[in-house]
Design a protein around this ligand. Structure first.
Ligand code: SF4
Length: 161
């Protein structure tokens, strides 16, 4: 299928941004003591008897099997997120975890941001769910207005008031 000529400027800009990002990523790897070991690595582990699975964008390692987990982010970064600490705890045994980082890919603001999440919190979340404590906590309450579950969900009731 031929590309719509109206999209040419968007495609051109995207190509430029991809080139800039690729250059930044390669420069970052060159300056680092770690080298990319895995991309899109499946991470899986047990939290309180519940299987948790995800995919790490990148895992870098040095020659002594010290590893860092990297997640690419084009939007906002939540340093307290449990995602990367969990990936760290799911690393294959041969690796020693040196840290976990979000790589912000925002144009003009390309940087590594260290994850500060606490993996112990994941265990408490799973235990609470098992106890039936699953409080609705939408990040944006406006979404409740359009949610088909709003009449049976406490988040929905909150929004109706
Ligand atoms: S009504 Fe409940 S399920 Fe629907 S978006 Fe809001 S919190 Fe989530």
């Amino acid at each position: 299928m031929a590309a719509d000529p109206k999209n040419a400027p968007v495609i051109s800009n995207l190509k430029k941004e991809v080139k800039i990002l690729a250059r930044e990523i390669v420069a970052g790897v060159r300056e680092s003591n770690y080298f990319p070991a895995f991309a899109e690595m499946t991470m899986q582990g047990e939290i309180e008897g519940v299987t948790v699975r995800g995919k790490a964008d990148r895992v870098d390692a040095d020659t002594k099997n010290h590893a860092i987990v990297i997640d690419y982010k084009t939007g906002a970064v939540d340093r307290q997120s449990l995602q990367l600490p969990l990936y760290i705890s799911f690393l294959p045994k041969k690796y020693t975890a040196d840290g976990a980082y979000y790589l912000s890919l925002k144009p003009g603001n390309f940087k590594m941001i260290e994850s500060k999440g606490n993996p112990e919190a994941a265990g408490e979340i799973v235990r609470a769910i098992k106890r039936g404590e699953i409080a609705p906590s939408p990040k944006d309450a406006n979404v409740c207005r359009y949610c088909p579950a709003r009449f049976i969900c406490r988040g929905g009731e909150h929004e109706e008031n």
